[in-house]
Design a protein around this ligand. Structure first.
Ligand SMILES: [Zn+2]
Ligand SMILES: [Zn+2]
Length: 152
């Protein structure tokens, strides 16, 4: 928990509730969408999932940090992409992503609005998906999405 935490912060938790996180109230996600890629499908055991990425400092684990574990099947990516999950219940909690652009090093945390305590926030204007990504890998009939979000 950060000193600046306010009651408007967004709270979420893993399936068993032992790992809890908060997102600073003023956060605007830098990326928000649905990912259809095979890696994410397998990691989440789901045909598609909703993600939001933000500056790392906006995201904090407030409970159960010692239960977090990470696994990668591709060691070459661990310095710039890691998936963290609750070792007690197995639910994904967040991803760490590091990338460089225009000589800037950017560290992001990505989490999953389906974990938010208040599900109305998950589909609010700020946090709702803005696009579908990796559609070419999808196993779904994308016609089932009647939204008009861009697809890549
Ligand atoms: Zn858990
Ligand atoms: Zn993906």
């Amino acid at each position: 928990m950060t000193l600046s935490e306010t009651t408007n912060d967004i709270h979420g938790r893993c399936y068993c509730g032992a790992v809890k996180f908060s997102i600073a109230a003023d956060t605007k996600p830098l990326l928000a969408g649905y990912c259809h890629c095979k890696d994410c499908r397998q990691a989440h055991s789901a045909p598609v999932y909703q993600y939001v990425y933000m500056d790392q400092e906006k995201f904090s684990i407030t409970d159960g940090k010692d239960l977090l574990n990470t696994y990668t099947r591709n060691e070459s990516v661990t310095d710039h992409f890691r998936r963290y999950f609750c070792s007690q219940c197995g639910s994904k909690v967040y991803n760490f992503m590091h990338y460089s652009r225009d000589n800037n090093n950017i560290d992001l945390c990505g989490t999953f609005p389906s974990l938010f305590d208040d599900q109305k926030i998950a589909m609010s204007n700020v946090w709702s998906p803005k696009k579908h990504v990796h559609c070419s890998e999808s196993i779904l009939d994308l016609e089932c999405f009647t939204d008009s979000l861009p697809r890549s």
